[in-house]
Design a binder for this molecule. Structure first.
Ligand SMILES: NC(=O)c1ccc[n+]([C@@H]2O[C@H](COP(=O)([O-])OP(=O)(O)OC[C@H]3O[C@@H](n4cnc5c(N)ncnc54)[C@H](O)[C@@H]3O)[C@@H](O)[C@H]2O)c1
Length: 277
């Protein structure tokens, strides 16, 4: 596999595709673009060109009229067309036929694991989920492999994501919702339930949430550091209480947590929990 990514091809230049184009251009990558709709695309590309000229970045950005042309000399192709499985499968198949053999094929899909697209391509070792959030205001990207993605593809994709100053969130095993979307989904799901079942007004939730988040930001906490601070025995008992109340297997705390409690790894108060203190 060639070492360096120089040219990126974006298939689907809508809300997300345009962000990927702009950010990649600002970090010096050559860009090929294809979209079935030309609405506002030329104006957008001209704006990006002005921005990179100002920064004296010398790259090429070209809009093509077909997928085959747009991918023919690319090192990395990112598909960002609407979230429709059949459409993405068709696009992946077309890309695979025309892209150079070394090129990595990635989807920016929010929910479709790459394993659902990989059967459309020959190069099953060179496919990835690279799921961006907002590239400018929330520079994070879940990166997830398919069933046959090689380590080289994964590492190369990760390095590229880092090269445009986006933090890669590595998904170790294929899962629905990646990393951050899955966490957000859990929050969203219960907020909707609390509101729909009339337990609290949505304004109450919206008032509490920023204060809760501010506490995390101020203390530089993630959920695991926060649980360590509370105490893992306490966390375990709380989770068991939810489980006993609902009786749903999905609410049962993981055995790994129980084992930590049994070993006396209770967090900050015992010097060891998820982290060492
Ligand atoms: N909107 C978000 O916040 C967000 C965030 C992360 C990931 N995503 C994912 O990114 C992908 C794109 O989402 P979006 O919000 O940018 O959608 P969008 O509708 O803004 O853009 C999709 C673009 O694809 C083009 N397109 C449609 N059919 C095409 C085809 N056959 N060939 C080439 N181009 C085609 C459309 O003309 C449009 O410009 C989806 O898979 C979505 O799940 C979206």
């Amino acid at each position: 596999m060639s070492e360096k990514i120089n040219r990126i091809s974006i298939i689907g230049a809508g809300y997300m595709g345009r962000q990927i184009i702009e950010k990649s251009a600002l970090y010096g990558y050559n860009i090929n673009v294809f979209d079935v709709s030309s609405e506002g695309l030329e104006e957008f590309i001209n704006d990006v060109k002005k921005k990179i000229d100002k920064k004296k970045i010398k790259i090429d950005i070209t809009i093509y009229n077909s997928i085959s042309e747009a991918v023919k000399n690319a090192d990395l192709i990112i598909e960002a067309v609407p979230e429709k499985l059949e459409l993405k499968r068709e696009i992946f198949s077309q890309i695979d036929k025309s892209a150079p053999s070394h090129a990595i094929l990635a989807t920016n899909s929010s929910s479709i694991p790459i394993s659902k697209l990989e059967e459309e391509v020959e190069r099953k070792d060179k496919v990835m989920n690279i799921h961006f959030y907002n590239l400018f205001t929330m520079p994070l990207a879940d990166i997830m492999r398919g069933t046959q993605t090689s380590d080289a593809t994964f590492q190369k994709s990760k390095l590229w994501v880092e090269s445009i100053e986006v933090i890669p969130l590595e998904v170790k095993k294929e899962c629905y919702g990646f990393v951050l979307n899955r966490i957000w989904r859990a929050i969203k799901k219960d907020c909707l339930k609390i509101w729909a079942k009339g337990y609290a007004d949505l304004e109450t939730i919206d008032k509490a949430w920023p204060i809760f988040c501010q506490y995390f930001i101020t203390n530089n906490f993630g959920p695991f550091k926060f649980m360590d601070r509370i105490g893992l025995d306490v966390i375990y008992d709380i989770e068991m209480s939810y489980f006993k109340n609902s009786g749903l297997g999905d609410d049962e705390p993981p055995d790994n947590l129980k084992e930590m409690v049994v070993r006396g790894e209770l967090g900050v108060k015992t010097g060891k929990g998820f982290y060492n203190y």
